[in-house]
Design a protein around this ligand. Structure first.
Ligand code: SAH
Ligand code: CA
Length: 248
């Protein structure tokens, strides 16, 4: 069946209306190929269980896709991260990925304003034997970050910080996490390509929530590109992740 120009534009920038897309790749077949060849065979049994449990949850489109989880595990091991933070946990796919990649004495400070989602994933995280690495704190992230910053001893102590919460606060998170990550450490901002909408024409027919947050994502991307305290690398994995290495 032929699709209208509007539908075509929406598909291009926003994925298929009826399918929760987990990739910005133009070809779903290519994405399936990546998952089947390189990702699923390497996915820890507990991650698979958490992913499949989350697939049945109404907020599933928020979950980190497994290829991105694989990237996080690789990054954490490459930089020998020990002390990490995650802002935006949901049911815990990226959290469990991080916990599995960290050494036995590794730590994750996990912030989310909704503990209910975390509680769904927690039994699986416990079964995986990594719950002892996680310090979960419930509440809006900004005041929690401000509290951390009031103690000078926390500054420059994190090896890795993954930011995956409310996009309208990302710039505010950046002002804070840049002080908490160590020089040479890494921050990952998730969803920085925002369903491809960052490159959509201003009048493109976007879903409301995509349209609502797009300007914040555009503003963040511009800011990060000019911030001399970091080196950056924008990857198109998942919904786009911008890696920022603190250099000063
Ligand atoms: N990293 C997760 C996905 C996170 S989804 C995964 O791998 O599945 C975004 C999460 O951010 C939600 O769980 C939501 O509760 C949380 N969130 C939204 N606004 C927040 C805020 N202001 N402070 C803390 N958490 C917030
Ligand atoms: Ca995300």
């Amino acid at each position: 069946m032929a699709i209208t120009k509007e539908e075509e534009q929406q598909n291009q920038f926003n994925g298929h209306k009826d399918l929760p897309r987990k990739s910005l790749l133009q070809s779903d077949a290519l994405y399936q190929y990546i998952l089947e060849t390189s990702v699923h065979p390497r996915e820890h049994a507990s991650l698979k269980e958490l992913r499949e449990m989350t697939e049945k949850h109404p907020g599933n489109m928020m979950a980190t896709p497994p290829d991105e989880g694989q990237l996080l595990r690789m990054l954490i091991k490459l930089i020998n991260a020990k002390n990490t933070m995650e802002i935006g946990v949901y049911t815990g796919y990226s959290l469990l990925s991080t916990a599995l990649a960290l050494p036995e004495d590794g730590k994750i400070l996990a912030l989310d304003m909704n503990r209910e989602y975390y509680d769904l994933g927690l039994p699986i995280i416990e079964k995986a034997g990594v719950a002892h690495k996680i310090d979960f704190r419930e509440g809006p992230a900004l005041p929690l970050l401000d509290k951390l910053l009031r103690d000078e001893n926390n500054k420059g102590t994190f090896d890795f910080i993954f930011v995956d919460a409310d996009k309208d606060n990302y710039l505010k998170y950046h002002k804070r996490v840049i002080e908490l990550v160590k020089v040479g450490g890494l921050i990952g901002y998730d969803n920085t390509l925002w369903n491809g909408s960052v490159a959509a024409p201003p009048d493109a027919p976007l879903k409301d929530y995509i349209k609502h947050y797009r300007d914040y994502v555009l503003e963040l991307n511009k800011y990060l590109a000019l911030d001399s305290r970091i080196e950056i690398c924008q990857l198109s994995v998942g919904d786009g992740i911008t890696l920022c290495r603190r250099i000063m």
